[in-house]
Design a protein around this ligand. Structure first.
Ligand SMILES: CC(C)(COP(=O)(O)OP(=O)(O)OC[C@H]1O[C@@H](n2cnc3c(N)ncnc32)[C@H](O)[C@@H]1OP(=O)(O)O)[C@@H](O)C(=O)NCCC(=O)NCCS
Length: 200
């Protein structure tokens, strides 16, 4: 549990930052470091919500654009994931997201080489005037009890159904139905979660 002071400082934090006012953390949620919010630029209220027992460990990054909103459900665990959100990313209750997973509702970067070149010429470091090109966003939903294996990538517009699993190092480009296992690049269904996979 992370008990924030009125200054919204994480006790014992190695990073000298604060949790933004528009991050709504349940009293029973845990955040290892405020560094996870250093790229949270959303103007929405709330921008990030974390439910009871939800946790965000070292390496987790909420990279949330001005109109982005992220929900992390009850007892969901983010073990060093990067969430890139300009619209909506929803992570359900009891979801387990392993290390180095990227969940993105936007690619942020234009396909047009000329636009990319123009943006790059404004840095380093990038400035506010660089005129980011809006490439749009499509909501991403991970339903309850989803498990995403390490190094995987969930691309814009994807919904992963309740209880499903994404194998390690997968790139998920389309929806995964509930209680299925998908893996590979691009991720394909390898089987369903069987009766014998379940505890009695
Ligand atoms: C997805 C997973 C759970 C499947 O386990 P499983 O049911 O025991 O599956 P199997 O090992 O029997 O593999 C079944 C098939 O899927 C393939 N497969 C399994 N995992 C794969 C992966 N990550 N990428 C590509 N193919 C994969 C296997 O090659 C096999 O193919 P085949 O039938 O052609 O031989 C497991 O492979 C995995 O990736 N676990 C994630 C581990 C992890 O991230 N841990 C972090 C801790 S939070």
């Amino acid at each position: 549990m992370t008990t924030l002071s009125t200054a919204r400082v994480v006790p014992g934090d190695w990073f000298p930052g604060t949790i933004p006012d528009n991050a709504r953390l349940d009293e029973g949620a845990y955040v290892e470091t405020s560094y996870s919010f250093s790229l949270c630029r959303s103007r929405l209220q709330p921008a990030v919500t974390m439910g009871e027992g939800a946790s965000a460990y070292l390496g987790t990054m909420f990279d949330v654009g001005e109109t982005g909103r992220v929900r992390v459900g009850r007892f969901a665990l983010l073990n060093g994931a990067r969430i890139i959100c300009d619209g909506r990313v929803d992570i359900g209750d009891h979801a387990l997201i392993s290390w180095n997973v990227v969940i993105m509702d936007t690619y942020r970067v234009p396909v047009d080489p000329g636009l990319r070149r123009r943006q790059l010429r404004f840095g380093p470091p990038p400035t506010a005037e660089r005129g980011d090109h809006d490439v749009g966003s499509r909501p991403v939903t991970l339903e309850a009890n989803v498990w995403v294996g390490f190094d995987s990538c969930i691309l814009p517009g994807v919904t992963i159904g309740e209880g499903s699993i994404v194998g390690a190092r997968s790139v998920v480009v389309g929806d995964v139905p509930p209680l299925c296992i998908a893996a590979g690049n691009p991720a394909k269904l390898i089987r369903s979660v069987r009766e014998q996979d379940r505890s009695p």
